[in-house]
Design a protein around this ligand. Structure first.
Ligand code: V47
Length: 434
């Protein structure tokens, strides 16, 4: 009878990690096959240590948090994604759509609490008119001009192109460009990373059929980058996805980021197409290799000059409760740690990896700072998409708790704005550090 291998083999016990460690130390790009080894190996701590090495090379002992507030303008959604417990149909109990008075009050509440960012998402509302969305941006900017608006996932942007009657199948980017330009003029500052799920048609058709596919998600982010808006990216894993599919997702994002950085002319972009890597199924983007110095370093005037890339990857562990996929278990803590570390190792051109404390829990996010993550998100206040362990929509933490967790993990807490610029604070008043 075969004996079970120990779960946590001592570091170095898996010889397959030696070659990967050598690449990581030399700053070389990892392949999908390397990623598979990182997922398969029993030497989990070896994987976490490699991610920590990369994370410290990029950020030293800094760990970021922000003072922010989430707002959902509506939970009414035309889609019925199987993983989602957030959406409601229009007349269902619990359905809500916020008016401008509510939105204004939230913006005022946010600046009164010293927030630098408002993170706004909602369902694909079938009846709200297009005008609602730019009005929401203007209302917030009038009430709170200094508040950064990070709003609307790629899925919502495509939906808006449709309701504004700007969506053309023959030229999808044109409608997206129109929507993003109008919203940017009205006050939109950046896009969050939601709605990416897993870039795979099999998973898409089983778990979120009806939602845009990866090509359109990438179109939205590409156009946003061209318009000088920074964006984030997510991966929602641990349901019916396979590890290889997660790695392909990361690979697709890595290529999209290569293109964004090359467009911006970052130093260290070699700018050549590496034909061997074009073999990944579903990946059409050319590959551009970056040197290790090619990661963007934001400056106080960056938004005007050189924005337009992915800032952060946010791995989101699946929470089954209340969803149509409630019969599934969701990933374990060890799988979450491993996925954060692998995201750090594979996405070598993403400046940041976020362990979103709301979904990871603050205690796990703390551990993740030593496994590749450099950011744990912010004070949040309201969160309606997932409610972990029976929590309600009011999910708030204090700056002191965020700082305490970061310090306890052995890092120096740094308050950032949405674009990862350092914030200097005097109570509720704040400014960007020089
Ligand atoms: O788009 C929905 C995911 C996302 C579930 O950009 C679920 O800084 C797990 O994108 N279990 C919203 N995940 C959250 C998000 C986000 C969060 C924090 C920061 C940023 C950022 C982005 O949550 C959705 C969807 O992909 N989601 N349901 C679930 N049951």
């Amino acid at each position: 009878m075969a004996t079970a291998e120990p779960l946590n083999a001592p570091a170095g016990i898996d010889p397959r990690l030696d070659a990967i460690r050598a690449k990581v130390e030399a700053g070389e790009r990892l392949t999908l096959e390397d990623g598979e080894v990182l997922y398969e190996t029993n030497d989990v701590w070896g994987v976490l240590a490699m991610a920590d090495l990369v994370r410290r090379r990029m950020h030293g002992d800094t760990a970021y948090y922000n003072i922010n507030r989430h707002m959902n303008y509506s939970n009414v959604c035309a889609l019925s994604c199987k993983f989602c417990e957030f959406y409601r149909k229009k007349d269902q109990p619990g359905a809500y759509t916020r008016d401008m008075d509510y939105i204004r009050d939230q913006a005022i509440g946010a600046i009164e609490s010293g927030a630098t960012e408002m993170h706004i998402v909602g369902g694909l509302h079938p009846y709200l008119p297009w005008d609602y969305y730019p009005e929401m941006m203007r209302t917030i900017k009038e009430a709170a001009p200094g508040l950064h608006i990070k709003a609307l996932t790629a899925v919502e942007i495509v939906h808006l192109a449709k309701i504004a009657k700007k969506y053309k199948r023959s030229d999808r980017q044109a409608g997206i460009r129109w929507v993003l330009s109008e919203l940017k003029a009205a006050g939109l500052d950046s896009l969050p990373g939601g709605g990416a799920e897993v870039f795979d048609d099999r998973v898409h058709d089983k778990a979120y059929k009806g939602k845009i596919r990866s090509d359109e998600w990438l179109d939205v982010h590409l156009v946003a980058h061209e318009l000088g808006l920074n964006t984030n990216a997510t991966i929602l894993y641990g349901h019916i996805d396979q590890r290889r599919e997660r790695l392909v997702h990361m690979e697709i994002l890595r290529r999209a980021q290569d293109q964004a950085l090359a467009r911006l002319g970052y130093d260290g972009v070699d700018g050549f197409v590496e034909p061997g890597l074009a073999a990944t199924e579903g990946v059409t983007a050319p590959v551009i290799t970056l040197t290790r110095d090619g990661v963007p370093q934001p400056t106080p005037d960056m938004a005007e000059k050189e924005a337009g890339y992915f800032q952060t990857i946010i791995p989101l562990p699946f929470f089954p409760d209340g969803s149509e996929m409630e019969h599934l278990y969701g990933p374990t803590g060890l799988e979450n740690l491993r996925t954060i570390a692998i995201a750090r190792l594979m996405l070598d051109n993403f400046p940041h990896v976020k362990a979103f404390w709301i979904m990871q829990t603050l205690s796990m996010a703390e551990v993740m700072l030593e496994a590749g993550a450099d950011d744990i998100d912010g004070t949040v206040v309201w969160y309606d998409i997932t409610k972990v362990g029976g929590s309600t929509t009011h999910q708030e933490t204090t700056v002191l708790d965020l700082q305490r967790s970061i310090r306890e993990a052995g890092f120096t807490p740094v308050e950032r704005d949405t674009l990862y610029r350092r914030v200097e604070r005097d109570g509720k008043a704040w400014r960007l550090a020089e």
